[in-house]
Ligand binder design. Sequence first.
Ligand code: UDX
Length: 417
Amino acid sequence: MAELGHTVICADIDEKKIEMLKRNEMPIYELGLEELVRKNVKEGRLSFTTDIAMAIQKSDAVFNAVGTPENKQTGQAEMKYVYAVAESFGKNLNGYKVLVNKSTVPVGTADKVAEIVRATSDGKNEFDIVSNPEFLREGAAIKDFLNPDRVAVGVSSDRARALMEKIYRPLARSGRPVLFTDVRSAEIIKYASNAFLATKISFINEIANFCEVAGGNVKEVAKGMGYDSRIGSRFLSAGIGYGGSCFPKDVKALIQTGKQYGQDFRILQAVDEVNDDQKLRPVTFLQKQFPSLEGKKIAVWGLSFKPRTDDIREAPALLIIKALVKMGANIVAFDPVAMDNTKQELEGVKIKYVTSSHEALKGADALIIMTEWDEFRTAEYATIKDLMKGNVIIDGRNILDRKEAEEAGFVYYGIGA
Ligand code: UDX
């Protein structure tokens, strides 16, 4: 937003995070983020504070971007942080403002948020609630924000629409579609988009599993499908399932919201189940290769749920590692950026972390590639062979070539490839 020319005050109750940002230390990893923040702070458009009241009072639009993590008991999105922001907004409403929901929230949230604002404000000032979901991919958020496929904005008044048009004018001027809808449609667009992409992934994963039993190579199949412009080639990479902070939780949350409205999302139920099973395919394969995994040394390449991020939330790697450790395997793991997060998350789980992909291979009986980091794509088979004791490669992201791997003497398992 600052890069678009707006004055942005980032407010959070997390003092540690704000202090870090003030020191120009990024709380998440993304290439180019630090430079972008530094530049906009220097040019006076971007600041960080824990003074929530000041941040709200000084602003025309307040973007609510707090987390809505999955409530593990109900499968629903946890809304308490969103409601807390609504309360702060109400208490500090000192003129007309809009509260923009950026967080991924179930349909109908804008109405609930409006009630909270009405109840907590003094009633002297008008306000609008806007739904403006984000479609940013982790690791590519800057690019996705500045060059979006579309911006969806749900509004319920002309006044709110005019303000949001002004905010997104720089993107509209550069030819990006800024779509105005009613509030509920915008709320649904977000879930429908993520659920559709997750469906695409589970679909191609089932086709991959079918290729394994019926013959064929899912990479060729996906290519052949993708040329059809109605299908499109993106999000057709088969593998060990989707992870991250969005797809798993959003699919589950939409299923739950559906239930509240008496709607049974049968497709999404299957998407979720297919994804759960998909993550365990490397384990099933290893069990076939080794009668017992007790004492087997397994090298793991990649821990994050996808490359170019240190995020390990719902990463298939974690589940697979935990299953293998339980079976007595010795795990030696390497990831370019996600090892610290994994150490924290899997505290107490016996994993050896090493500082290079080669080191992980030393004496390993098998290698599992969990994340498609670029440096794994260019691995030399001869070097892998020299370092490993065994010859099993499980390519969970289909980044190597079966023929080449087999010619180099490996037992290769790709996901339908
Ligand atoms: C996703 C959406 O893309 C984004 O629009 C939304 O705002 C947030 O959720 P993100 O979670 O950052 O973004 O990751 P994404 O790149 O979409 O990948 C999600 C998961 O799907 C990863 O685990 C990835 O490995 C997997 N994936 C993706 C596949 O298995 N196959 C594919 O073809 C694409």
